[in-house]
Design a protein around this ligand. Structure first.
Ligand code: FES
Length: 165
């Protein structure tokens, strides 16, 4: 069941679109922000609310790679695996991440904190290699900066010069 708050937040998006179903990506993002991911049950409820079939909504959700249809960690790392990042050291960053977190691409750490996913170009090619953790972009990655980013005692703040959105 969608909560009252979820319904209200989704309904607030309807005025931007000619029909309710057109708000489906916004609606998926709202549900995901509140629940962490979009389960089959959430997807069915949301589809009914938007006047869509579950298959129609699932085809949108699975096409859009930032909608998670399986549980993810509280911090989702999207590592850019496109050409500029490849040239500028993607492989080394990926190796360090998988070793440090004890997971491979597509997996979630045992403590449920991190999910590591490959992603197409994140739009910061001039600052490669690049990754995002949740909504924060981390650029010019090197082994030292990676340690700092992942260190639980040295989590960055919004004022860190290392990131932008
Ligand atoms: S190729 Fe990595 S940000 Fe563009």
């Amino acid at each position: 069941m969608l909560t009252e708050e979820e319904r209200r937040e989704i309904e607030a998006e309807f005025h931007q679109y000619p029909q309710k179903r057109s708000a489906c990506i916004d609606a998926l993002k709202i549900v995901q922000r509140r629940r962490g991911w979009v389960s089959d049950e959430s997807l069915r409820d949301l589809a009914a609310f938007l006047g869509m079939t579950p298959d129609e909504l699932d085809s949108v959700a699975t096409f859009y790679n930032l909608i998670f249809r399986r549980p993810v960690g509280s911090r989702v790392i999207l590592i850019c695996d496109s050409v500029s990042c490849w040239i500028m050291g993607y492989e080394r960053i990926r190796e360090l991440l998988t070793a440090r977190l004890g997971i491979e691409l597509g997996e979630t750490s045992a403590d449920g904190e991190f999910t590591l996913l490959p992603n197409a170009c994140l739009g910061a090619c001039d600052r490669a290699p690049v990754m995002m953790i949740n909504d924060e972009l981390y650029q010019d990655l090197d082994p030292g900066s990676l340690d700092q980013i992942l260190d639980p005692n040295a989590r960055r703040t919004d004022s860190s010069p290392m990131t932008s959105q």
